[in-house]
Ligand binder design. Structure first.
Ligand code: ZN
Length: 270
């Protein structure tokens, strides 16, 4: 199934800044069925049923498909990406958090910050947690706690990541976490192609089979540090090929079996 969140009326002008996104009507949860979007009664990680509302997919505007309490990210999970930044592959997963306020949806602008001279894309496969879990054992089926998968762009101020000890500032600016276009439940995450395109040119490409720590390992391992709750998001790391984003760019994260997450890039107040 394909779960989404959507606005029923297209706003008069594209949102240039995250503040404008908040002024739109409240998005609904839905399932994408062919050319239609059918409203559902609540978030797909809760008990839900099909509601009466139905729209043509072409007539709605998608929002980020989740409202996570936390976004857990995994760093250096592809050897070629660790190497391109001069790092070794970590001996255990390197995790950090992005704030929920960094989240934006498809077609929302990534707004560059004057605090950084080097903002980069990181296209990643993201897992959406469907059931609460903690302290999962080796024998537990970790992926049974995952509702589905989506595309995520772990936008990073690379200069600040290097100068700060913590990743919080570099990874945490408003609009630095595009997620979407929808949650795909029918995906086996062990060998899917993750690609990032900027202005139509391919920058990143790698199969999830190249992950140092695969999806099931990550869910189990992270659950031993922090309880994972329904709607939480885990970003699984980025393949090689990260590079800069400039005002006016269009960046796409494309994942085979899911779809395309596209976002324009704007300078602040542009
Ligand atoms: Zn990342």
């Amino acid at each position: 199934m394909k779960f989404c969140r959507f606005f029923t009326a297209v706003p008069a002008a594209p949102a240039a800044h995250s503040g404008e996104a908040a002024q739109r009507s409240t998005p609904l949860y839905g399932v994408i069925e062919g050319d239609d979007v059918r409203e559902i009664s609540g978030p797909p990680w809760e008990a839900w049923s099909r509601a009466a509302g139905s729209w043509k997919f072409a007539d709605v505007r998608l929002a980020a498909p989740v409202q996570p309490r936390k976004i857990v990210c995994v760093g250096r999970n592809y050897a070629a990406h660790a190497a391109e930044l001069g790092n070794d592959v970590p001996k255990e997963p390197l995790i950090f958090l992005k704030p929920s306020t960094s989240l934006v949806g498809p077609e929302d602008a990534i707004v560059l910050t004057p605090y950084s001279q080097r903002v980069e894309h990181e296209g990643e496969l993201a897992m959406v947690i469907g059931k609460r879990c903690s302290h999962l054992a080796e024998s537990d089926d970790a992926l049974s706690y995952v509702l589905g998968y989506t595309c995520l762009n772990d936008v990073t101020a690379r200069d600040l990541q290097k100068s700060d000890v913590q990743f919080t500032r570099a990874k945490g600016f408003d609009t630095f976490c595009p997620v979407g276009p929808h949650i795909e439940t029918e995906l086996t995450p062990t060998d899917v192609l993750v690609e990032t395109f900027v202005n139509g040119a391919r920058r990143q490409s790698g199969s999830t089979s190249l992950m140092v720590y695969p999806c099931a390992f990550l869910v189990r391992w992270i659950s031993r540090m922090m309880t994972l709750e329904p709607g939480d998001v885990i970003a699984t790391g980025t393949p090689a090929g990260v590079g800069p984003l400039l005002s006016g760019d269009s960046v796409e994260v494309r994942i085979a079996g899911i779809g395309v997450l596209r976002n324009p890039v704007h300078a602040r107040n542009a």
